[in-house]
Design a protein around this ligand. Structure first.
Ligand SMILES: [Zn+2]
Length: 130
């Protein structure tokens, strides 16, 4: 059983702050889709109950495209996307591991994710939680 700890992080200007409960040693996904590859986003996907938005909800803007399932949330002041609701887990949250700044990450393992061929990557139409 992996011990879970609370990591914290946020956007660049500091308006958006969050806490996420996850292992110390994180495995995250580097997605090659049109959106994530441009942003350099590293996905840490958690169930909604493991994520807490501490501040900044009023600063968030939403961007959607393609199936409009994912809700790409970014800070309207500094532009940083520190978390969002992913198409693969519409009932969960994807935290951008690059935005965790609490220095609580012991080890970061980056796994490639083929989001460019999303339907082949997620034949069930969604992802699972680890
Ligand atoms: Zn910001």
């Amino acid at each position: 059983m992996t011990t879970l700890i609370t990591h914290s992080g946020g956007c660049h200007c500091g308006r958006v702050r969050f806490e996420v409960v996850a292992p110390k040693r994180l495995t995250v996904s580097d997605c090659n889709c049109s959106m994530c590859s441009k942003a350099g986003y590293l996905h840490l996907i958690v169930t909604a109950d493991r994520f807490k938005l501490l501040s900044g909800s009023e600063a968030l803007s939403t961007y959607t495209f393609n199936t409009n399932t994912a809700r790409h949330l970014f800070c309207s002041v500094c532009g940083v996307k520190s978390f969002y609701v992913p198409r693969s887990h519409p009932d969960g949250i994807s935290v951008n591991a690059r935005c965790i700044d609490s220095q609580t990450i012991e080890e970061l393992t980056v796994m490639p994710l083929n989001g460019r061929e999303w339907e082949a990557q997620f034949p069930q139409g969604r992802g699972t939680y680890t």
